[in-house]
Design a protein around this ligand. Structure first.
Ligand code: CO
Length: 333
């Protein structure tokens, strides 16, 4: 089988599941194989529904089979959309084969009407009630990056997410290039969890003797950065949320740069000497600051990370390839 069940087991995989899936188009190749694999994995795991993201594919495909009377009767839904829902609500236990050890009671509309395409791209409609309706909503949610535990109370949900993400580790360009190439999402509210994550990032940064760390370097696709260049030899951490560079000086300087995601390497990089940065601090206050020297370089380097950019992108292909080779060797030893 080409595809395998993808699990939500750390922050990387959670952010993968948080991405919106793309509609299937007639030109897409391999859709038949994806569907076959989804069905096989669903039956093998005694599940009643699957979304393509659960085998690592960001395509809008859902398969469902309640197997009533122990008979297989799969429904394949391409580009499904919820057309309408009832006011009446039911509450059922929900779980996912992609997430171990989590079951929650979720309230959802009892009846739904779904519009979808079959595998021949013919339009269909389906009205469903009770378990089938819940299953459809649960799977279609996946296509928009929504998970069943998003419906439960904040406190309980945060516990689940913290448990999934608790293992924050520095990502490197060899094993984790996807998250390092991800454009991070803006942070809407700065809550306790955000603060915990920033504290954890700082701890990791100090522990690795770094001067800056972007959230996606520990697997969180969020626009936040911690920096501490320890100006007077004393710890002076800065937390930057949704930071943006609003001005660059015309003057460039070249200086040596390294990155915790590119272990054991450094190279000369040319960057604007000064920048102006706007960000929100941990107390939700807007801050505007101008920086030069190491701080200006560090800000540019970290903010690049949030857009999926790494300092080696500024180097010649030859130098970049040498660094990648060196990191690979280092990780294998
Ligand atoms: Co870096």
């Amino acid at each position: 089988m080409k595809y395998q069940l993808k699990k939500i087991c750390d922050s990387d995989s959670l952010s993968f599941f948080r991405q919106k899936s793309e509609p299937v188009t007639k030109g897409d190749k391999g859709i038949g194989e994806i569907i076959d694999n989804m069905l096989a994995i669903m039956y093998k795991n005694n599940a009643i529904g699957m979304a393509a993201v659960m085998i690592g594919i960001h395509k809008r495909i859902v398969v469902i089979d309640l197997q009533e009377n122990n008979r297989k009767k799969p429904i394949v839904l391409v580009n499904p959309e919820v057309v309408s829902v009832s006011d009446e609500i039911i509450e059922l236990d929900e779980a996912s084969i992609s997430l171990d050890n989590v079951t929650c009671k979720v309230k959802r509309p009892k009846d739904v009407k779904i519009k979808y395409l079959n595998t021949n791209f013919e339009e269909h409609e389906l009205s469903a009630s009770s378990l089938l309706a819940v299953c459809l909503q649960h799977e279609i949610d996946y296509l928009d990056g929504k998970l069943f535990f998003d419906y439960i109370a904040d406190e309980e949900r945060n516990k689940i997410i913290l448990a999934i993400e608790s293992d924050l580790k520095i990502k490197n360009i060899i094993d984790d290039i996807d998250i390092l190439r991800t454009k991070c999402e803006p942070i809407k509210t700065i809550d306790e969890k955000t603060k915990q994550e920033l504290d954890k990032m700082l701890e990791i940064m100090y522990g690795s003797n770094g001067v800056g760390l972007a959230a996606n370097q520990v697997g969180l696709a969020k626009r936040m950065v911690v920096i501490d260049i320890q100006p007077d030899g004393k710890k002076q951490p800065v937390f930057l949320i949704n930071p943006k560079i609003t001005w660059y000086s015309d003057n460039y300087i070249e200086s040596e740069e390294g990155c915790l995601s590119v272990p054991g390497c450094s190279a000369e990089v040319k960057r604007p000497e000064k920048v102006k940065v706007e960000y929100t601090n941990i107390n939700s206050e807007k801050v505007v600051t101008e920086a030069d020297g190491l701080l200006a370089r560090c800000l540019q380097h970290e903010l690049d990370h949030l857009d999926g950019k790494i300092y080696i992108d500024y180097l010649s292909k030859l130098k970049r390839d040498m660094i990648i080779k060196k990191v690979k060797k280092q990780l294998n030893t």
